[in-house]
Design a protein around this ligand. Structure first.
Ligand SMILES: C[S@@+](CC[C@H](N)C(=O)[O-])C[C@H]1O[C@@H](n2cnc3c(N)ncnc32)[C@H](O)[C@@H]1O
Length: 225
């Protein structure tokens, strides 16, 4: 996919990335290699730290999709979750490996999340996304929702810190529309457990993201299909 507009994100998109396909790791590797991964918070996301500290969700098997350098994945692993992380950019996956804590290791899949093995279907108590849905080609959002659905166990939880909600044109990051997310996941048998505009968003994303927590109540797909 060609970029829809590069003007809004001069820090991320260069002339070089404009030639590359957003659906391929090379696009993202180019950004990492040139130090333009401005989304990287350099540590765990405060909203997720709060969720962990609340004790509301007991540790279980989690997959972090579009994990980047893995700050959130490591934080959940450090708190007793068994965490898998998927990331297709070599640069980011290498950083995750380098920072992996062998006391609380994250299992790293360096692959396109849309190509994750069917053996992982129905394996997860949690799917965690932050700046993932906004990073993929918007035409793939139904495929994205199908992926989350197939990875979760029945009763599993989808934690979505949906960013950016500002209805911007173009991307990445492509705007996400909360009503569309609600429609996509309710159509797949999910129940909304929580919808919140966090007070503890990082300052540059304040009022431009919503925390959505869904539970998969039934499985519209076969676990092996
Ligand atoms: C905006 S970054 C966010 C990274 C991380 N969530 C963070 O907050 O630092 C999006 C990430 O998703 C990865 N990505 C994009 N499409 C992917 C795909 N189809 N499969 C796996 N990783 C993907 C990119 O390489 C990039 O690291």
């Amino acid at each position: 996919m060609q970029l829809m507009s590069s003007r809004i994100l001069p820090r991320i998109v260069s002339e070089m990335t404009e030639q590359l396909d957003i659906n391929k790791p090379e696009f993202w590797e180019e950004i990492y290699q040139h130090g333009r991964a401005g989304w990287d918070l350099g540590g765990p996301t405060p909203v997720f730290e709060r969720l962990i500290q609340s004790g509301e969700f007991k540790p279980g098997h989690m997959i972090v999709i579009c994990a980047g350098r893995g700050h959130d994945a490591r934080e959940f692993a450090r708190h007793g979750y068994r965490v898998d992380a998927v990331e297709f950019a070599a640069e980011a996956a290498d950083a995750m490996r380098a920072m992996n804590d062998m006391q609380n290791p994250v299992l790293i899949y360096q692959t396109d999340m849309f190509h994750l093995s069917k053996d992982l279907n129905g394996q997860y108590d949690y799917v965690l996304e932050y700046t993932c849905m906004c990073a993929i080609d918007p035409n793939r959002r139904n495929a994205y929702a199908d992926l989350v659905t197939r990875l979760l166990k029945p009763g599993g939880i989808y934690i979505d810190l949906a960013f950016p909600t500002d209805r911007r044109k173009g991307g990445p990051p492509f705007a996400v529309v909360v009503d569309e997310i609600l429609a996509m996941f309710t159509a797949r048998g999910f129940k909304l457990l929580r919808r919140e505009i966090p007070n503890d968003s990082v300052p540059q994303r304040k009022s431009n993201e919503e925390l959505l927590i869904f539970q998969k109540t039934k499985n519209p797909f076969s676990e092996t299909g």
